[in-house]
Ligand binder design. Structure first.
Ligand SMILES: [Zn+2]
Length: 473
């Protein structure tokens, strides 16, 4: 009895615990277009709305909620379930000499200081193959190829699927030393080339493909419970009950994203980003891309191989593999999908752009894999492109490029390379909103291997699909 009392006392203590952070902890939103509230309640005033994958500083953690500050300085609360909170990571100099800390992600930028061998700095993110680090209270850049990312083994990752291989080294060809299943968790000790260094139960270290993991059991981990439409005007409430305080009224025929379900109630997010519970007797299931027509363009083909990878593989083939997987995924979401080529044939880029206009599709997405030549094999990352010439509304291409980029870079092990305005023929020679994606660098031996794996392709096409759904929302 005493023991039970003590345990309940401990539980109460734990539940009411507020964690206030001294040093800056960065989290990322894991759902599109989400409101932040003035207090830790959905019935409180909306302070701001954030896109998916927006970095926020965590100021305080209280039960299921986090107090956050946006990059614009706005402060509010967000449910922890909608944040990814990666491990605290550090960048360590792995060379025997001093390396420069720079103002930007290139050697053309001036140096503000140097990192000595084996010294470390707090890691923030990776952009353009440069690590963003904290130095003297500011954010600067350091070359990723001269450094390693390490963490202290204080944060766990969870596996997204069953039967995942744990390997001896960072390679899909390396010896399998263990297996893991969904919900299994391991402490993280480092990160390299899209792989995580984890500690197994027997104390030895292993490596796991990070695109098959999540840092938290949250919306990113459990995600996607489909979409529904209201059949009448409906109240959105803070609890799954008619007695729950009202958050908002949703009008008939509104589209909702379903987060979870309980006793005839659905927890939903509205198109305005408000979250609450709806009586699901008044909701019908819908496919988010029904009535949408999409043209997918697997880049290159025929006598044009595109990039030739570090190990000699042709870009035109991997582009086609990914396009087929993406087509299947988008069709399951209700879209009608066309392809500029379905086999190894050459088509001029201008003809691909005009095909979109002739078919009357809603969007065109061109699929590519990047390369800088094997003498620049250190570069990696995912980028998207748009073109501002020829469009009635130049924002169209940008919005598509941005929503795909933000969703795709939520995948662990996919690094940010940027969103760029480029005069590419396939994007220019069309009146259809169009974007191009470079999924990874074929000239980087590690990324070449990752992008050719079935499991990576399966994950990335889901994220691209989420980006396309966001664009239409
Ligand atoms: Zn290409």
């Amino acid at each position: 009895m005493l023991k039970r009392l003590f345990i309940s006392f401990l539980l109460i203590l734990l539940l009411s615990m507020t964690i206030v952070y001294g040093e800056s902890v960065i989290g990322y939103t894991n759902i599109s277009n989400i409101c932040i509230n003035e207090n830790s309640s959905y019935s409180s005033k909306v302070v701001d709305t954030l896109k998916i994958n927006t970095p926020v500083q965590i100021l305080e953690e209280n039960n299921e909620w986090c107090k956050i500050q946006t990059e614009e300085g706005k402060i509010g609360w967000i449910e922890k379930y909608f944040l990814n909170l990666p491990a605290n990571k550090y960048v360590i100099n792995n060379t025997n000499y001093k390396i420069n800390i720079r103002k930007g992600p290139s050697t053309i930028y001036g140096s503000v200081g140097q990192l000595l061998p084996n010294e470390k700095l707090k890691y923030i993110d990776t952009y353009h193959s440069w690590h963003i680090i904290q130095y003297n209270g500011n954010q600067y850049y350091i070359a990723s190829w001269l450094t390693d990312i390490i963490s202290e083994g204080t944060k766990k990752i969870y596996l997204l699927y069953n039967n995942i291989n744990i390997r001896e080294d960072i390679s899909l060809n390396s010896t399998i030393i263990g297996k893991g299943n969904k919900y299994d968790s391991f402490y993280v000790y480092g990160e390299k080339n899209g792989w995580l260094k984890i500690k197994l139960n027997d104390g030895q270290f292993g490596f796991i493909a990070s695109w098959l993991t999540s840092y938290d059991i949250n919306y990113y981990f459990e995600g996607n419970n489909g979409y529904k439409r209201t059949t009448t005007d409906l109240n959105l409430r803070i609890d799954p009950s008619h007695k729950g305080k009202q958050v908002a009224t949703i009008s008939k025929n509104s589209n909702l994203k379903i987060i979870s379900s309980e006793n005839g109630w659905d927890k939903v997010i509205t198109e305005n980003g408000q979250i609450g519970w709806c009586n699901n007797g008044y909701l019908i299931s819908i496919l988010p891309l029904s009535n949408k027509k999409i043209l997918l363009d697997p880049g290159h083909g025929g006598y044009d191989p595109g990039s030739i990878s570090y190990s000699g593989k042709y870009e035109k083939n991997v582009n086609l593999d990914v396009a087929y997987k993406l087509k299947e995924n988008l069709e399951a979401l209700g879209a009608t999908v066309y392809m500029t080529r379905t086999n190894d044939t050459y088509i001029r880029n201008s003809a691909r752009g005009r095909m979109a206009d002739n078919l009357g599709v809603d969007i065109l997405l061109s699929i590519h894999h990047n390369s800088l030549g094997n003498n620049k094999s250190d570069y990696f990352g995912l980028s998207t492109y748009y073109n501002t010439i020829n469009y009635k509304n130049p924002r169209y291409g940008y919005d598509l490029a941005e929503s795909i980029y933000l969703n795709a870079t939520t995948l662990n092990g996919v690094y940010r390379d940027g969103i760029f305005d480029r005069n590419y023929e396939v994007l220019r020679e069309t009146n259809t909103p169009a974007a191009l994606i470079e999924i990874g660098f074929m000239s980087n031996p590690q990324e070449e291997m990752n992008v050719h794996s079935d499991s990576f392709q399966y994950e990335i096409v889901q994220k691209i699909s989420d980006g396309i759904i966001d664009y239409f929302r």
